[in-house]
Design a protein around this ligand. Structure first.
Ligand code: GLN
Length: 522
């Protein structure tokens, strides 16, 4: 049976609990421990797949095709772990399971209640990821005090009793505001949120203090006193320039030692693999500017993995990446003039399409490196059809079901789907790369696996026509039926992929397409 670390949040949301949890996981991996990491989300959606990125940021897709919370992206980027559908559990999923069982007669005779039925189901789902692990880190979404979060906190409280307190650590992430007018850091919100946590029977063992500035010893002492935690377990987590500094920040304060010792594992003194990453990020002087032309640019979290993958591509090339956020609904060519490269990411729905098409047209004609991902690739094909092949009304049937030239069309098996949740082409699929193409050269492999999330595909009726005019289909499904990668023959770097390469990029193993894209921008 593994040890468990439960990470809760207090005072505010958006404190970076996901990055904190991922950083802890990474430090434990560096200690040679086998970890797994799970996110519990208190909302009632069964998964975040149907939520707007404006509400919840990007939807992260796992190998097995689960549409999950973006924190799973942090988990994969910070650790060697692949996550799966079991790594993200929502309240919606928990209730769905319980209600389904009730309808099947699984609780005959019983009154089905939050305690014990919902809490039992939460505990069961938590314990589904523990196989072959030394430590499981469980991050509980939301903020202590939220009504929705209560069953989750109650479940982990029960679990800590069942497993034994020495097998469990509670980490509470709080916010310590710096009040400028008083020139002081304030601990009161932290005191209150810990009080709230204790009222439901959870005494935290470690307090992670998020703050604008470093927390001095005197404030740590005060927090320790009021929250009944050892001073060495009050950890300062000030804002950082790069999220990959967070594990180092924790390590310097002895967090990894504290955790390993609590669980009785041997602590090994060794240099963190994040040193070299942060070193590269901080010492790179050259900057590459990428215009990211999207619809959800007002909430940067909507493109979390894309931005991280660009940064990884930068690390591999020893340069910093600056993203020029370009709103597709308000197309501004000046931003593209300033950019070294253009990226059109995935998306759904008609808004912003014309702006994205203009940006792709600009990229094709200016010969600036241009990268299309999923919807971005589909629009590369629409732009090519309209402006090279002269099919002026060409479109995707997602935006015009009656277009005379449906160069992007809905997949046959998608036509009769009525339920929208979890029914796209999702997760990892193989793709064969064609000899002699840029894609083949970039990957240095014949067969790759990449993650998908879409309903529409390139319409094969148009393949020959496109090819005759200089579009190359450089990646195809092994049966040859689905177009996975397109590129232009007479352009230095104009590549579109139907899948989402950003989900598989990590700082220590940057994705080849992003490495090559940034290199070409240089
Ligand atoms: N809307 C497009 C489709 O469903 C593209 C989806 C995406 O970019 N993830 O096929």
């Amino acid at each position: 049976m593994p040890c468990y670390i439960f990470v809760t949040g207090g005072v505010l949301s958006s404190l970076g609990k996901g990055v904190a949890s991922a950083s802890i996981a990474s430090l434990l991996e560096e200690q040679g421990l086998k970890i797994n990491i799970q996110k519990l989300d208190p909302y009632l959606n069964v998964d975040p797949g149907t939520m707007s990125p404006y509400q919840h940021g990007e939807v992260y897709v796992t190998e097995d095709g689960a549409e999950t919370d973006l924190d799973l992206g942090h988990y994969e980027r910070f650790t060697n772990r692949f996550t799966s559908k079991k790594n993200n559990v929502t309240a919606g999923r928990v209730y769905y399971n319980v209600i389904q069982r009730e309808r099947e007669g699984g609780y005959l005779g019983a009154t089905v209640q939050v305690i014990p039925h919902i809490t039992d189901e939460i505990k069961r789902l938590i314990r589904e990821v523990e196989e072959d692990c030394d430590v499981v880190i469980v991050e509980i979404g939301g903020t202590v005090g939220d009504i929705e979060g209560l069953p989750f906190l109650e479940a982990v409280r029960q679990l800590s009793m069942e497993l034994g307190r020495e097998k469990v650590l509670f980490v509470h992430t709080t916010y310590v505001p710096y009040v400028k007018s008083a020139g002081e850091l304030k601990t009161k919100p932290t005191q209150h949120s810990v009080k709230e946590l204790r009222a439901i029977g959870i005494q935290p063992d470690i307090i992670l203090c998020r703050s604008e500035i470093d927390i001095p010893e005197s404030i740590k002492e005060k927090i320790a006193l009021f929250t009944n935690v050892k001073k060495s377990a009050v950890i300062s987590a000030p804002d950082v320039e790069f999220i990959y500094e967070v594990p180092l920040l924790f390590k310097r304060q002895g967090l990894d030692r504290l955790i390993t010792q609590h669980f009785g594992f041997e602590y090994k003194e060794r240099e963190s693999r994040w040193e070299s990453i942060v070193q590269t990020l901080k010492s790179s002087e050259r900057e590459v500017k990428i215009a990211l032309v999207g619809k959800y640019v007002s909430l940067k979290d909507s493109y979390k993995s894309v931005v991280e993958a660009l940064i990884h591509g930068g690390i591999a090339n020893g340069v910093r990446v600056k993203v020029l956020w370009t709103n597709a609904e308000d197309y501004q060519e000046e931003l593209l003039d300033e950019a070294d490269g253009i990226l059109v990411p995935g998306g759904f729905g008609e808004r912003g399409i014309e702006g994205k098409l203009k940006a792709l047209n600009y990229g094709r004609l200016s010969k600036k490196p241009t990268f299309g991902i999923c919807l971005g690739m589909q629009l590369m094909c629409v732009e090519f059809a309209r402006n090279v092949l002269g099919l002026i009304d060409a479109n995707s049937t997602e935006f015009n079901p009656f277009t005379p030239h449906p160069v992007i069309d809905i997949m046959e098996e998608q036509k009769n789907i009525k339920e929208l949740g979890g029914t796209m082409r999702l997760g990892s699929y193989p793709c064969k790369l064609v000899e002699g193409t840029k894609a083949r050269q970039i990957y240095q492999k014949d067969l790759i696996y990449e993650r998908h999330r879409h309903r529409y595909e390139f319409n094969n009726k148009y393949r020959e026509l496109f090819e005759r005019h200089g579009m190359v289909f450089s990646g195809l499904s092994p049966d040859g039926k689905l177009v996975e990668i397109v590129e232009l023959k007479d352009h230095p770097w104009y590549i579109g992929c139907q899948f989402h390469p950003e989900f598989k990029s990590k700082p220590h193993s940057p994705h080849p397409l992003f490495v090559s894209f940034i290199f070409s921008c240089l």
